[in-house]
Write a protein that binds this ligand. Structure first.
Ligand SMILES: Nc1ncnc2c1ncn2[C@@H]1O[C@H](COP(=O)(O)OP(=O)(O)OP(=O)(O)O)[C@@H](O)[C@H]1O
Ligand SMILES: [Mg+2]
Length: 254
């Protein structure tokens, strides 16, 4: 008789299981390849690109998509950095398993002594990460500073892709504040979670700020037959991207 080994709690809640690797399912690897290709075509040219990842609400998959898109670029031999711009509820460091500080807030606050160890290289994924740092009292002011624009200019000299992970657009204005510096935004929507009115409001705000939307990432649709499919409709790009893990997301807040 075969005894099925139960998973331990740490295996069940291992945040790394959502990250792209050689062990990821075929549909997941293909979906990210497809997303990468679409981003490449949406932002042609050989100069460095700055991509913002946004969504209307919390929990729709922005940070997961930001990291996995970065890993996918690294797999294509691009130099890439993920910057955790969600200084209110940062998750990038914990998802990857690196130090959450020092990071962006410390740099923007002019904390000179942290500069040497700000950027962490993650060998396992071939990407660099600038974590969020200590939680500041006013992240919006820090993000809108000249210092932030200067930092992005500096990173552009070194990286092919700079991926910015933002807080939700309908919660705070942090993401659109940088619309004149970000080359394009990807809007993540999540199956059984995203709400139409909130999404509408997100596009209204992005439009108002002249933010360039590259397309939408449809996250969490667990249908096997439609994975890694995308289509164009009326000038917009929809990146289908249903299967990370061959199961539906558990949350459903409507
Ligand atoms: N396709 C998916 N299938 C299953 N779980 C997912 C999927 N995408 C994301 N998750 C999980 O959902 C949770 C929220 O994802 P994530 O942190 O990437 O969202 P977020 O939009 O960055 O949230 P926040 O706005 O709070 O920063 C995480 O636990 C993540 O592992
Ligand atoms: Mg996040």
């Amino acid at each position: 008789m075969r005894i099925k080994k139960r998973k331990t709690v740490s295996q069940l809640f291992d945040p790394k299981k959502m990250l792209l690797s050689e062990d990821s399912s075929f549909p997941m690897r293909e979906a990210y390849k497809s997303l990468r290709t679409n981003v490449l075509f949406s932002l042609p040219g050989s100069d460095s690109k700055c991509i913002g990842i946004v969504s209307a609400n919390r929990g729709e998959g922005k940070s997961t998509v930001a990291i996995n898109l970065a890993i996918s670029f690294a797999q294509a031999n691009k130099k890439v950095i993920v910057v955790d711009c969600d200084m209110r509820l940062p998750t990038i460091a914990s998802k990857i398993g690196i130090n959450p500080k020092p990071g962006l807030s410390n740099y923007l606050a002019g904390n000179e002594d942290v500069q040497g160890n700000l950027i962490q290289h993650v060998d396992e994924y071939g990407i660099d990460v600038l974590a969020s740092g200590d939680i500041p009292p006013d992240p919006t002011t820090l993000l809108s500073s000249e210092q932030m624009k200067g930092l992005l200019r500096l990173l552009k000299e070194y990286y092919d892709y700079i991926i910015l992970d933002f807080p939700p657009v309908t919660v705070v204005t942090d993401a659109v504040i940088l619309s004149d510096t970000v080359d394009g935004y990807l809007v993540v929507v999540r199956h059984n979670l995203s709400e139409f009115q909130k999404l509408k409001e997100t596009f209204r705000q992005m439009n108002f700020s002249d933010a360039k939307v590259l397309g939408m990432v449809y996250n969490g649709k667990g249908s096997r037959s439609r994975y890694s499919k995308y289509y164009r409709k009326k000038g917009s790009n929809y990146y289908y991207y249903d299967e990370y893990y061959q199961k539906e997301p558990t949350e459903s807040v409507k």
